[in-house]
Design a protein around this ligand. Structure first.
Ligand SMILES: [Zn+2]
Ligand SMILES: [Zn+2]
Length: 229
């Protein structure tokens, strides 16, 4: 039913840029100028998506010295022009159409390791979910699931509300997130992809990955819309 509504809306409503209100293009509510203003995160470390000056497909020094719990991490876009507006509108202005554009942009630049995977959204705490009314990572994962044909399983729970940690540095974030997630399904897939909107230090993704690994998941990768750089 939901698929029908999306299809009908896509047929009836003209595409309109969620950033500047000009006509959209390429099947997205995003105009060519705002699309061109968004910066790809290339080349980037395969382990943590940190921008690298070297050729794509290598690991940064940190990932070489101390590999984290993520087998791979893909953030196709930089958190900067266009992407920052879309994320703000999506997360703080209840603009679900801006989230659909983010999912569309993620779908345009897919990681090479999607085959056979299960998408697992990084969940909000239930109090935050009650305030916002929707879980942004879950919505992204569902749209990516429709676009890729991959199954989506919400098998993580956030036990503590740790989202207000923008003032903390990487180590403080990591401490703050210890034990914040738990797996809630009895049987879990062997290999999953965490889905989230924006990664900053990667501490949230790492905490979510560790919770899945504690519950027996063998391989955890991450696919996010954008990385702060
Ligand atoms: Zn625009
Ligand atoms: Zn790295």
């Amino acid at each position: 039913m939901q698929g029908w509504i999306h299809w009908l809306a896509a047929c009836l409503l003209p595409l309109r840029c969620r950033v500047c209100a000009q006509p959209g293009s390429h099947g997205l509510d995003l105009c060519p100028a705002c699309h061109a203003a968004a910066r790809r995160n290339l080349p980037a470390c395969q382990g943590c998506a940190l921008p690298l000056p070297l050729a794509d497909g290598v690991l940064c020094g940190q990932c070489q010295r101390r590999p984290g719990p993520l087998l791979a991490c893909h953030a196709a876009w930089c958190y900067g022009p266009t992407i920052d507006v879309l994320v703000r509108r999506y997360k703080f202005d209840n603009d679900l159409a801006a989230g659909a554009v983010l999912a569309g942009l993620m779908g345009q630049c897919r990681p090479p390791w999607l085959s056979g995977q299960v998408l697992v959204p990084v969940p909000l705490h239930r109090q935050r979910l009650a305030q916002r009314g929707y879980d942004q990572a879950h919505e992204l994962a569902c749209q990516l699931g429709r676009a890729t044909g991959l199954p989506v399983r919400a098998c993580l729970q956030r036990r503590r509300d740790t989202t207000a940690q923008s003032a903390l540095d990487r180590e403080q974030r990591r401490r703050n997130l210890r034990g914040a997630f738990t797996a809630i399904a009895a049987t879990l897939p062997a290999s999953v992809i965490l889905v989230d909107d924006v990664m900053t230090t990667g501490a949230t993704l790492e905490a979510a990955a560790k919770a899945l690994q504690r519950a027996g998941v063998g391989q955890v990768r991450a696919w996010v819309a954008a990385r702060t750089v």
